[in-house]
Design a protein around this ligand. Structure first.
Ligand code: PLP
Length: 389
């Protein structure tokens, strides 16, 4: 290697995320433009709905403008109301809790498991009160929560289960698609996810009694979906609702990606496996902890993270990567300790795992187009730093 090319490689930045395009996006946009229907509910939307239904086994799948919107729809469908309580992990994104607070209800935060960083199913029962209406598990990094245990608890206490499967497209638990295991599920197609449409999401309905109401809530509380299918000759206000649907352009973009879910996830899984093999030695030496994938979980390689034993250790590693032009990222600030979490929520029990994960977790660059060469650099910088520190 000449000194010039060595300098060049040293300078090259490796971002944390890079948007992956299949190459079909522009053609899909053109087809949507030629069809002349840009508002939601056209052919591309229908294709995405059919694909999601078939793939997940949901009774209905409805595109939304975001996973945030899908969670808000789920809260409406579950009839969460003032005073109700919804049990969720503290280690999650704000949208999980906002959907509940917007209905006047109380998010009840519990700790996560140290292995999967998912809600600790053993912590749920003690948090149940006579006000509890819903359990809201979040499948962190596309690795499923312990859904059998959670469904059993829900059945015993007659609770609804809403899955936050924002990160879960293409992943499964015992062969069942994430988002289609509980009563309702929410997916994200945000630009940072495995399958993208810029902003975007979907609600999965797994109880056909809710299918029709879901359609109405998504269309501003009207029966416009029935009108589009020619089932009624005009549409009217039927129920509460809002504008949760994306434009047809977004659906067209999504359709250029969705059928390639397995191929895109396979590329990510290959990169995930390479990281996992490369960091085994550091884990055996007690310097980091690698992710755990329980046997029941078929994950989608949404995130590769390492757990350090302190904030200082994590930040040291992040700085070393940063100095080499590599972006790595922490994740959630626990909701029970956030200003709005303290104001609107209730913290149940201890949060030892949540707090140590929030301090110690570092997400590494992972996207389908990450080259082996770039990934090797990430591995080398981290390994060298960890061995020296
Ligand atoms: C667990 C979780 N839930 C919900 C969301 C919200 O997704 P969206 O950006 O599609 O609204 C995210 C976003 O990253 C998330 O990580």
């Amino acid at each position: 290697m000449t000194s010039k090319s060595a300098a060049h490689i040293k300078m090259k930045n490796i971002p944390f995320n890079r948007v992956h395009l299949t190459g079909r996006e522009i053609d899909a946009f053109k087809m949507a433009l030629d069809a002349g229907q840009l508002s939601g509910g056209g052919d591309f939307t229908r294709k995405c709905h059919a694909w999601l239904r078939e793939r997940t086994g949901a009774t209905a799948a409805l595109l939304t403008h975001s996973c945030t919107g899908a969670l808000e729809m789920a809260a409406l469908l579950a009839e969460i109301g003032p005073g109700d309580e919804v049990i969720m992990p503290s280690y999650t994104f704000v949208s999980t809790a906002n959907a509940v607070v917007l209905r006047g209800a109380v998010p009840v935060f519990v700790d996560v498991r140290p292995d999967t960083i998912n809600i600790d199913e053993k912590a749920i029962e003690a948090a149940i009160t006579k006000r509890t209406k819903v359990i809201l598990p979040v499948h962190y990094a596309g690795v499923s929560c312990a859904m059998d245990e959670i469904l059993a608890l829900a059945e015993a206490h007659q609770l609804i289960v809403i899955e936050d499967a924002a990160q879960g497209i293409g992943a499964a638990y015992r062969g069942k698609a994430l988002g289609a295991i509980g009563h309702l599920g929410a997916l994200s197609f945000h630009a940072t996810k495995n399958i993208i449409s810029g902003e975007g999401g979907a609600l999965l309905v797994n109880d056909e009694k809710l299918d029709e109401r879901a359609e109405i809530i998504r269309e501003k509380g009207t029966d416009r979906s029935r009108f589009l299918r020619g089932e009624v000759d005009k549409y009217t206000w039927q129920d509460i609702g809002s504008s949760f649907l994306p434009s047809e352009l977004i659906a067209a973009f999504l359709w250029s990606q969705l059928p390639e879910t397995d191929a895109i996830n396979a590329k990510r899984l290959r990169i995930w496996d390479r990281y996992h093999a490369a960091f085994a030695e550091l884990e055996y030496a007690g310097r980091v902890k690698r992710p755990t994938i329980p046997q029941d979980c078929q994950h989608n390689a949404h995130i590769y993270y390492l757990l350090f034993d302190s904030l200082e250790a994590r930040e040291g590693a992040r700085r070393a990567l940063g100095a080499a032009g590599i972006s790595a990222s922490a994740h959630y600030v626990p909701l029970h300790s956030a200003p709005a979490g303290r104001r609107f929520g209730r913290a149940h029990g201890r949060f030892d795992v949540t707090e140590s994960v929030s301090d110690g977790l570092l997400r590494l660059p992972l996207y389908p187009d990450l080259s082996d060469e770039d990934q090797d650099r990430v591995i080398e910088v981290l390994t060298t730093f960890q061995k020296a520190s």
